[in-house]
Design a protein. Structure first.
Length: 175
């Protein structure tokens, strides 16, 4: 993956967007090999000078061990960050479950929690489709989630109202 990325960046096949495409190809290569795709771009941006430096050293002076080591470090750090994010999201999910403990176990609001973790901006139609419930059931679930301060309306009134899970958005926004 490291060698292919270095060669892709050296060839620079497109007029624009080579960096974005090159950084996107790495998680896709991991996924193609059966590994979970890992978000590497954040680490690479945070360590941009080192990224460019070790990449250039590999391309121009054939110093591959430093480049491969740097990219391996990026994969490990990104995996650890993904684990921390997942753990934090599961903790949020558990807290939400406690807030809704008074509901019946088959309540749509409880089933919607996993949907909200995956997509923290939702509509009643989105909940309806994701859960396979009626529109009134989805609306009831959203009302219960708003009452529990899990969702908040974004301000748009009327049809197609949108609701946001601020705790999830805040966690995903952390570096």
């Amino acid at each position: 993956m490291a060698v292919l990325h270095a060669h892709f960046e050296l060839v620079h096949p497109f007029i624009d967007g080579n960096g974005r495409v090159g950084r996107m190809l790495m998680p896709l290569m991991l996924a193609a090999e059966g590994h979970p795709p890992v978000y590497l771009a954040g680490f690479l941006k945070k360590h941009q000078a080192r990224y460019y430096g070790t990449l250039a050293e590999a391309q121009l002076r054939e110093r591959w061990p430093e480049w491969v080591g740097f990219l391996a470090e990026a994969v490990v750090a990104s995996c650890l960050d993904s684990i921390r994010t997942a753990e934090d999201l599961l903790a949020i999910r558990a807290k939400w479950g406690q807030r809704l403990a008074h509901l019946r176990s088959d309540a749509s609001a409880l089933a919607a929690l996993d949907v909200i973790l995956a997509s923290p901006v939702v509509t009643a139609n989105g909940i309806k489709a994701a859960l396979g419930v009626s529109f009134p059931a989805a609306n009831t679930a959203i009302a219960q989630l708003v009452d529990a301060k899990i969702l908040r309306p974004t301000g748009k009134l009327g049809r197609n109202r949108t609701f946001m899970a601020d705790e999830v958005i805040a966690r995903l926004d952390q570096p």
